[in-house]
Design a protein around this ligand. Structure first.
Ligand SMILES: C[S@@+](CC[C@H](N)C(=O)[O-])C[C@H]1O[C@@H](n2cnc3c(N)ncnc32)[C@H](O)[C@@H]1O
Length: 246
């Protein structure tokens, strides 16, 4: 993707600069925050290399990473703790982290620079928009969704990321044999996610405990600060795997 072809992709752009960066739902605004001066400098200097704003242009993996490798998209990467650790553990896999939260992307950018990670790129935008408009059908080896916002109130369930339509979209972007990996510590959302994913005809459920050998990438997640709080409260982590049918 050429920077000049994407005028909205301005280093340091805020949602006020590009209405498309406003998420469909409003929860993220509470997570907005100013970048520290060092993060601001990194953003100005390195975001054009490692990041893109969502756009109506398919990602060219060869141009983005300078190689051809299995590709995973992570939706809602937060501060990127899992993203960076998992990418470091699997240098032969390319990862695109999608997030709407600029401070989180700035933290991941810091990890990329500190750790010299060559296999992570970022897209700022709504994951549904990014999958729809930037990811070619049947091109992904994996999709990761870790601890999506649960939207616990019934009147907000329509805002949940993992709806039937999102499973259908994810299935269409996975290559046959590609795997969707979801983790949540929210019991009610887990009870929604399981049957909703199972109802997607292009996906077949794998058993997270016994089928790891059938997954073309590692399932090992570090315990993030966010997840750590859940474990302290003795909340159960539910892991889900679905494979795109051949
Ligand atoms: C509860 S946090 C979990 C972050 C991270 N995955 C972790 O495990 O620590 C959920 C994240 O998903 C992001 N998010 C929610 N909906 C999204 C969407 N439609 N597209 C991209 N990111 C989204 C939020 O901004 C937030 O950072």
């Amino acid at each position: 993707m050429n920077q000049s072809e994407n005028p909205g992709n301005v280093a340091g752009a805020t949602p006020d600069d590009d209405p498309r960066l406003f998420p469909r739902v409003t929860a993220y605004r509470s997570r907005s925050g100013d970048l520290r001066p060092g993060q601001q400098r990194n953003w100005q200097e390195h975001w054009p290399t490692y990041g893109r704003n969502v756009a109506d242009e398919l990602v060219d993996q060869q141009a983005l990473f300078g190689r051809s490798a299995p590709l995973i998209v992570e939706i809602g990467s937060g501060t990127g703790t899992s993203t960076a650790a998992m990418a470091a553990a699997e240098p032969d896999i390319d990862v695109i982290a999608v997030e709407v939260y600029q401070l989180g992307l700035a933290q991941l950018l810091g990890s990329i620079l500190r750790e010299g990670l060559e296999n992570v790129r970022m897209v700022r935008g709504d994951g549904v928009d990014v999958l729809t408009n930037m990811i070619a059908p049947a091109s992904l080896t994996g999709v990761r969704v870790f601890f999506p916002d649960p939207w616990p109130k019934a009147r907000h369930h329509k805002r949940r990321l993992l709806q039937s339509a999102t499973f259908e979209l994810i299935a269409s972007r996975l290559r046959p044999g590609g795997v969707l990996h979801v983790a949540t510590d929210h019991v009610d959302y887990a009870e929604w996610i399981g049957p909703t994913g199972d109802a997607e005809p292009a996906l077949e459920r794998l058993d997270a405990a016994t089928d790891a050998g059938h997954v073309p990438f590692s399932l090992e997640r570090p315990v993030t600060k966010f997840e750590g709080k859940g474990l302290l409260q003795e909340r159960v982590i539910n892991e889900f795997l679905w494979r795109r049918r051949e």
